[in-house]
Design a protein around this ligand. Structure first.
Ligand code: NDP
Length: 311
Protein backbone atom coordinates (compact mmCIF):
# COMPACT_ATOMS: atom_id res chain seq x y z
CA UNK A 1 0.00 0.00 0.00
CA UNK A 2 1.31 3.43 -0.94
CA UNK A 3 0.90 5.59 2.16
CA UNK A 4 1.56 9.29 1.78
CA UNK A 5 2.49 11.55 4.70
CA UNK A 6 -0.38 13.93 3.96
CA UNK A 7 -3.36 14.45 1.66
CA UNK A 8 -4.79 17.95 1.35
CA UNK A 9 -8.43 18.15 0.24
CA UNK A 10 -9.44 21.49 -1.29
CA UNK A 11 -7.44 24.26 -2.95
CA UNK A 12 -8.61 27.67 -1.81
CA UNK A 13 -6.13 29.90 0.04
CA UNK A 14 -6.19 27.53 3.06
CA UNK A 15 -5.41 24.36 1.08
CA UNK A 16 -2.80 26.00 -1.14
CA UNK A 17 -0.99 27.51 1.85
CA UNK A 18 -1.05 24.10 3.54
CA UNK A 19 0.31 22.68 0.26
CA UNK A 20 3.15 25.21 0.24
CA UNK A 21 4.16 24.55 3.84
CA UNK A 22 3.90 20.76 3.68
CA UNK A 23 5.72 20.65 0.34
CA UNK A 24 8.55 22.80 1.72
CA UNK A 25 8.71 20.44 4.72
CA UNK A 26 9.33 17.58 2.24
CA UNK A 27 6.00 15.93 3.06
CA UNK A 28 5.15 15.33 -0.62
CA UNK A 29 1.50 16.35 -0.29
CA UNK A 30 -1.17 15.04 -2.61
CA UNK A 31 -3.51 17.96 -3.20
CA UNK A 32 -7.04 17.14 -4.36
CA UNK A 33 -8.37 20.13 -6.23
CA UNK A 34 -12.07 19.30 -6.43
CA UNK A 35 -14.51 20.87 -8.87
CA UNK A 36 -13.74 24.48 -7.96
CA UNK A 37 -9.94 24.71 -7.92
CA UNK A 38 -8.91 27.98 -6.33
CA UNK A 39 -12.15 28.16 -4.37
CA UNK A 40 -14.30 31.25 -3.88
CA UNK A 41 -11.51 33.68 -4.81
CA UNK A 42 -11.68 32.48 -8.40
CA UNK A 43 -15.21 33.94 -8.50
CA UNK A 44 -13.94 37.40 -7.54
CA UNK A 45 -12.26 40.15 -9.48
CA UNK A 46 -9.98 42.61 -7.67
CA UNK A 47 -8.76 41.60 -4.20
CA UNK A 48 -7.61 44.69 -2.30
CA UNK A 49 -7.21 43.24 1.19
CA UNK A 50 -4.61 40.53 0.70
CA UNK A 51 -1.40 41.97 2.17
CA UNK A 52 1.54 42.36 -0.15
CA UNK A 53 -0.31 43.77 -3.16
CA UNK A 54 -0.40 47.55 -2.85
CA UNK A 55 -2.36 47.89 -6.09
CA UNK A 56 -4.62 44.89 -5.41
CA UNK A 57 -4.54 41.57 -7.25
CA UNK A 58 -7.10 39.62 -9.27
CA UNK A 59 -8.54 36.71 -7.27
CA UNK A 60 -7.89 34.09 -9.99
CA UNK A 61 -4.33 35.39 -10.43
CA UNK A 62 -3.64 35.20 -6.69
CA UNK A 63 -4.84 31.60 -6.60
CA UNK A 64 -2.88 30.62 -9.71
CA UNK A 65 0.25 32.07 -8.12
CA UNK A 66 -0.34 30.25 -4.84
CA UNK A 67 -0.74 27.02 -6.78
CA UNK A 68 2.48 27.58 -8.73
CA UNK A 69 4.39 28.48 -5.59
CA UNK A 70 3.50 25.20 -3.85
CA UNK A 71 4.16 23.23 -7.05
CA UNK A 72 7.73 24.61 -7.07
CA UNK A 73 8.35 22.66 -3.86
CA UNK A 74 6.77 19.44 -5.05
CA UNK A 75 3.05 19.64 -4.22
CA UNK A 76 1.29 17.07 -6.40
CA UNK A 77 -2.06 18.33 -7.67
CA UNK A 78 -4.86 16.02 -8.71
CA UNK A 79 -7.96 17.30 -10.52
CA UNK A 80 -10.20 15.01 -8.48
CA UNK A 81 -12.97 15.45 -5.95
CA UNK A 82 -12.88 13.52 -2.69
CA UNK A 83 -16.24 11.86 -2.18
CA UNK A 84 -15.59 9.61 0.79
CA UNK A 85 -13.19 9.28 3.71
CA UNK A 86 -12.49 6.61 6.29
CA UNK A 87 -11.00 7.97 9.50
CA UNK A 88 -11.98 4.93 11.58
CA UNK A 89 -8.56 3.32 11.17
CA UNK A 90 -5.05 4.33 10.21
CA UNK A 91 -3.69 5.00 7.70
CA UNK A 92 -6.63 7.19 6.72
CA UNK A 93 -8.39 6.54 3.44
CA UNK A 94 -9.72 9.03 0.89
CA UNK A 95 -11.82 7.86 -2.07
CA UNK A 96 -12.39 10.03 -5.13
CA UNK A 97 -15.45 10.33 -7.37
CA UNK A 98 -13.71 8.02 -9.85
CA UNK A 99 -13.40 5.36 -7.16
CA UNK A 100 -9.63 5.73 -6.75
CA UNK A 101 -8.43 5.16 -3.20
CA UNK A 102 -5.56 7.02 -1.51
CA UNK A 103 -4.02 6.43 1.91
CA UNK A 104 -2.21 8.91 4.13
CA UNK A 105 -1.02 9.20 7.72
CA UNK A 106 -2.50 12.68 8.04
CA UNK A 107 -5.21 14.63 6.25
CA UNK A 108 -5.75 18.36 5.90
CA UNK A 109 -9.34 19.34 5.04
CA UNK A 110 -9.73 22.73 3.35
CA UNK A 111 -12.85 22.31 1.26
CA UNK A 112 -14.30 25.72 2.11
CA UNK A 113 -17.90 26.81 2.11
CA UNK A 114 -20.29 27.78 -0.67
CA UNK A 115 -22.75 30.67 -0.64
CA UNK A 116 -26.37 29.58 -0.24
CA UNK A 117 -28.86 30.13 -3.06
CA UNK A 118 -32.57 30.61 -2.55
CA UNK A 119 -33.66 28.13 -5.18
CA UNK A 120 -35.75 30.60 -7.23
CA UNK A 121 -36.39 29.87 -10.91
CA UNK A 122 -33.75 31.40 -13.22
CA UNK A 123 -31.47 32.53 -10.35
CA UNK A 124 -28.48 30.53 -11.60
CA UNK A 125 -28.87 31.60 -15.23
CA UNK A 126 -29.11 35.24 -14.06
CA UNK A 127 -25.97 34.92 -11.96
CA UNK A 128 -23.61 37.62 -13.25
CA UNK A 129 -26.57 39.43 -14.89
CA UNK A 130 -28.16 40.83 -11.76
CA UNK A 131 -28.13 37.95 -9.28
CA UNK A 132 -25.08 37.68 -7.05
CA UNK A 133 -23.97 35.83 -3.94
CA UNK A 134 -20.94 38.06 -3.45
CA UNK A 135 -21.43 41.78 -2.85
CA UNK A 136 -17.73 42.41 -2.43
CA UNK A 137 -17.10 40.82 -5.83
CA UNK A 138 -19.90 42.42 -7.83
CA UNK A 139 -20.85 45.63 -5.99
CA UNK A 140 -18.72 47.71 -8.30
CA UNK A 141 -21.07 47.00 -11.21
CA UNK A 142 -24.03 48.63 -9.43
CA UNK A 143 -22.89 52.23 -9.46
CA UNK A 144 -25.97 54.49 -9.34
CA UNK A 145 -28.33 51.50 -9.43
CA UNK A 146 -31.01 50.11 -7.15
CA UNK A 147 -30.28 46.78 -5.47
CA UNK A 148 -32.01 44.41 -3.07
CA UNK A 149 -30.19 42.23 -0.53
CA UNK A 150 -31.88 39.15 0.96
CA UNK A 151 -31.13 38.10 4.54
CA UNK A 152 -31.13 39.31 8.11
CA UNK A 153 -27.72 38.17 9.36
CA UNK A 154 -24.31 39.83 9.51
CA UNK A 155 -23.57 38.93 5.89
CA UNK A 156 -26.69 40.73 4.65
CA UNK A 157 -25.95 43.80 6.83
CA UNK A 158 -22.32 43.90 5.74
CA UNK A 159 -23.21 43.40 2.07
CA UNK A 160 -25.92 46.06 2.16
CA UNK A 161 -23.63 48.56 3.85
CA UNK A 162 -20.87 47.81 1.36
CA UNK A 163 -23.26 48.18 -1.59
CA UNK A 164 -24.21 51.73 -0.50
CA UNK A 165 -20.75 52.76 -1.73
CA UNK A 166 -22.02 52.19 -5.25
CA UNK A 167 -25.81 51.94 -5.38
CA UNK A 168 -28.22 54.85 -4.94
CA UNK A 169 -30.58 52.73 -2.86
CA UNK A 170 -30.21 49.38 -1.10
CA UNK A 171 -33.26 47.48 0.17
CA UNK A 172 -32.84 44.62 2.62
CA UNK A 173 -35.59 42.03 2.22
CA UNK A 174 -35.91 39.94 5.38
CA UNK A 175 -38.41 37.19 6.11
CA UNK A 176 -38.98 38.26 9.72
CA UNK A 177 -39.31 41.57 11.59
CA UNK A 178 -36.19 41.12 13.71
CA UNK A 179 -32.64 40.68 12.55
CA UNK A 180 -30.26 37.88 13.35
CA UNK A 181 -27.26 40.16 12.78
CA UNK A 182 -25.06 41.40 15.64
CA UNK A 183 -26.12 44.71 17.24
CA UNK A 184 -23.30 46.87 15.83
CA UNK A 185 -23.88 45.57 12.30
CA UNK A 186 -27.63 46.14 12.62
CA UNK A 187 -27.11 49.68 13.86
CA UNK A 188 -24.68 50.48 11.09
CA UNK A 189 -27.17 49.33 8.45
CA UNK A 190 -30.13 51.04 10.10
CA UNK A 191 -28.31 54.35 10.39
CA UNK A 192 -27.33 54.33 6.74
CA UNK A 193 -29.68 56.69 4.87
CA UNK A 194 -29.32 54.69 1.64
CA UNK A 195 -30.60 51.47 3.27
CA UNK A 196 -34.28 50.65 3.73
CA UNK A 197 -35.76 47.45 5.16
CA UNK A 198 -38.57 45.38 3.66
CA UNK A 199 -39.73 43.33 6.66
CA UNK A 200 -41.61 40.02 6.86
CA UNK A 201 -41.04 39.50 3.19
CA UNK A 202 -39.74 36.92 0.82
CA UNK A 203 -38.60 37.19 -2.79
CA UNK A 204 -40.80 34.82 -4.79
CA UNK A 205 -39.83 35.62 -8.38
CA UNK A 206 -37.07 37.33 -10.33
CA UNK A 207 -38.11 39.47 -13.28
CA UNK A 208 -35.71 39.88 -16.18
CA UNK A 209 -35.29 41.06 -19.75
CA UNK A 210 -32.54 40.30 -22.29
CA UNK A 211 -30.00 42.34 -20.34
CA UNK A 212 -30.68 40.73 -16.98
CA UNK A 213 -32.58 41.41 -13.76
CA UNK A 214 -35.10 44.27 -13.86
CA UNK A 215 -37.24 43.52 -10.84
CA UNK A 216 -38.47 41.08 -8.22
CA UNK A 217 -41.80 39.95 -6.88
CA UNK A 218 -41.92 40.10 -3.10
CA UNK A 219 -44.50 38.44 -0.89
CA UNK A 220 -45.41 39.90 2.47
CA UNK A 221 -45.58 36.85 4.72
CA UNK A 222 -48.07 38.47 7.09
CA UNK A 223 -50.60 39.64 4.50
CA UNK A 224 -49.65 37.31 1.61
CA UNK A 225 -49.76 40.37 -0.68
CA UNK A 226 -47.32 40.10 -3.60
CA UNK A 227 -45.80 43.30 -4.93
CA UNK A 228 -43.44 44.03 -7.80
CA UNK A 229 -40.30 45.98 -7.05
CA UNK A 230 -37.88 47.47 -9.54
CA UNK A 231 -34.28 46.40 -9.01
CA UNK A 232 -31.09 46.18 -11.00
CA UNK A 233 -29.47 43.67 -8.69
CA UNK A 234 -30.46 40.92 -6.26
CA UNK A 235 -27.82 39.92 -3.73
CA UNK A 236 -28.15 36.83 -1.57
CA UNK A 237 -26.71 37.26 1.91
CA UNK A 238 -28.37 34.22 3.42
CA UNK A 239 -25.32 32.37 4.67
CA UNK A 240 -22.89 29.74 3.54
CA UNK A 241 -22.95 25.97 3.48
CA UNK A 242 -19.70 24.29 4.47
CA UNK A 243 -18.49 21.67 2.02
CA UNK A 244 -18.50 18.79 4.48
CA UNK A 245 -21.08 16.45 2.92
CA UNK A 246 -18.38 13.97 1.92
CA UNK A 247 -17.28 13.54 5.55
CA UNK A 248 -20.54 11.74 6.46
CA UNK A 249 -20.21 11.10 10.19
CA UNK A 250 -16.43 10.66 10.10
CA UNK A 251 -15.57 13.82 12.03
CA UNK A 252 -17.25 16.16 14.54
CA UNK A 253 -19.22 18.98 12.92
CA UNK A 254 -21.12 21.85 14.56
CA UNK A 255 -24.88 22.32 14.18
CA UNK A 256 -24.37 24.19 10.88
CA UNK A 257 -22.09 21.51 9.43
CA UNK A 258 -18.76 23.32 9.92
CA UNK A 259 -15.88 21.15 11.17
CA UNK A 260 -15.28 21.69 14.89
CA UNK A 261 -11.68 22.64 15.60
CA UNK A 262 -9.64 23.39 18.73
CA UNK A 263 -6.13 24.85 19.20
CA UNK A 264 -6.26 26.20 15.67
CA UNK A 265 -6.76 23.40 13.15
CA UNK A 266 -7.13 20.28 15.37
CA UNK A 267 -10.22 18.12 14.82
CA UNK A 268 -11.42 15.27 17.02
CA UNK A 269 -9.45 12.80 14.85
CA UNK A 270 -5.71 12.65 15.59
CA UNK A 271 -3.74 13.62 12.51
CA UNK A 272 -6.74 15.11 10.71
CA UNK A 273 -6.66 18.89 10.55
CA UNK A 274 -9.09 21.44 9.13
CA UNK A 275 -8.41 24.97 7.92
CA UNK A 276 -10.13 27.83 6.12
CA UNK A 277 -13.86 28.42 5.73
CA UNK A 278 -14.79 24.77 6.24
CA UNK A 279 -14.15 25.38 9.95
CA UNK A 280 -14.62 29.16 10.13
CA UNK A 281 -17.96 30.92 9.66
CA UNK A 282 -16.73 34.09 11.34
CA UNK A 283 -13.69 35.60 9.59
CA UNK A 284 -14.03 34.01 6.15
CA UNK A 285 -11.17 36.02 4.66
CA UNK A 286 -8.51 34.85 2.21
CA UNK A 287 -5.77 35.91 4.59
CA UNK A 288 -7.27 34.17 7.64
CA UNK A 289 -7.83 31.04 5.55
CA UNK A 290 -4.21 31.16 4.37
CA UNK A 291 -3.04 31.64 7.96
CA UNK A 292 -5.02 28.66 9.17
CA UNK A 293 -3.66 26.60 6.25
CA UNK A 294 -0.17 27.35 7.54
CA UNK A 295 -1.21 26.28 11.04
CA UNK A 296 -2.67 23.01 9.72
CA UNK A 297 0.54 22.22 7.82
CA UNK A 298 2.77 22.88 10.83
CA UNK A 299 0.49 20.84 13.11
CA UNK A 300 0.49 17.95 10.58
CA UNK A 301 4.27 18.03 10.33
CA UNK A 302 4.72 17.98 14.12
CA UNK A 303 2.08 15.30 14.54
CA UNK A 304 3.88 13.01 12.04
CA UNK A 305 7.15 13.61 13.90
CA UNK A 306 5.60 12.79 17.27
CA UNK A 307 4.04 9.63 15.87
CA UNK A 308 7.37 8.55 14.42
CA UNK A 309 5.91 8.73 10.92
CA UNK A 310 8.14 11.50 9.54
CA UNK A 311 10.35 10.24 6.74
P1 NDP B 1 -26.74 33.65 9.19
O1 NDP B 1 -27.11 32.22 9.19
O2 NDP B 1 -26.35 34.29 10.46
O3 NDP B 1 -27.97 34.49 8.61
C1 NDP B 1 -28.63 34.10 7.46
C2 NDP B 1 -29.81 35.05 7.27
O4 NDP B 1 -30.44 34.73 6.04
C3 NDP B 1 -30.85 34.93 8.37
O5 NDP B 1 -31.35 36.20 8.70
C4 NDP B 1 -31.91 34.06 7.72
O6 NDP B 1 -33.21 34.38 8.17
C5 NDP B 1 -31.79 34.41 6.27
N1 NDP B 1 -32.12 33.29 5.39
C6 NDP B 1 -31.57 32.05 5.39
N2 NDP B 1 -32.10 31.31 4.40
C7 NDP B 1 -32.99 32.10 3.78
C8 NDP B 1 -33.87 31.90 2.69
N3 NDP B 1 -33.92 30.75 2.02
N4 NDP B 1 -34.67 32.93 2.33
C9 NDP B 1 -34.64 34.10 2.98
N5 NDP B 1 -33.82 34.35 4.00
C10 NDP B 1 -33.00 33.37 4.40
O7 NDP B 1 -25.60 33.78 8.06
P2 NDP B 1 -24.54 34.95 7.83
O8 NDP B 1 -23.83 34.58 6.59
O9 NDP B 1 -25.17 36.27 7.89
O10 NDP B 1 -23.55 34.82 9.05
C11 NDP B 1 -22.88 33.58 9.32
C12 NDP B 1 -21.86 33.78 10.43
O11 NDP B 1 -20.80 34.62 9.97
C13 NDP B 1 -22.45 34.46 11.66
O12 NDP B 1 -21.85 33.89 12.78
C14 NDP B 1 -22.01 35.89 11.49
O13 NDP B 1 -21.93 36.58 12.73
C15 NDP B 1 -20.67 35.76 10.82
N6 NDP B 1 -20.36 36.94 10.01
C16 NDP B 1 -19.66 37.95 10.59
C17 NDP B 1 -19.36 39.09 9.89
C18 NDP B 1 -18.59 40.16 10.56
O14 NDP B 1 -18.48 40.13 11.77
N7 NDP B 1 -18.06 41.11 9.84
C19 NDP B 1 -19.77 39.27 8.49
C20 NDP B 1 -20.52 38.17 7.98
C21 NDP B 1 -20.80 37.07 8.72
P3 NDP B 1 -33.67 34.07 9.68
O15 NDP B 1 -33.01 35.12 10.52
O16 NDP B 1 -35.16 34.24 9.62
O17 NDP B 1 -33.23 32.69 9.97
Amino acid sequence: MDIRPVIIIGTGPAGLTAALYTARAMMKPIVMEGHEPGGQLTLTTEVDNFPGFPEGVLGPELMANMKKQAARFGAEYMPVKATDVDFSKRPYKVTTEKGDVFHAHSIIISTGASAKWMGLPKEKELSGRGVSTCATCDGFFYRNKIVHVVGGGDTAMEDATFLTKFATKVYIVHRRDTLRASKPMQERAMKNPKIEFVWDSEVVEILDDQAGVVGIKVKNLKTNAVTERKTDGLFYGIGHTPNTGFLKGQINLDEHGFIKTVNGPETNIPGVFACGDVQDSYYRQAITAAGSGCQAAIKAERWLENEGLAH
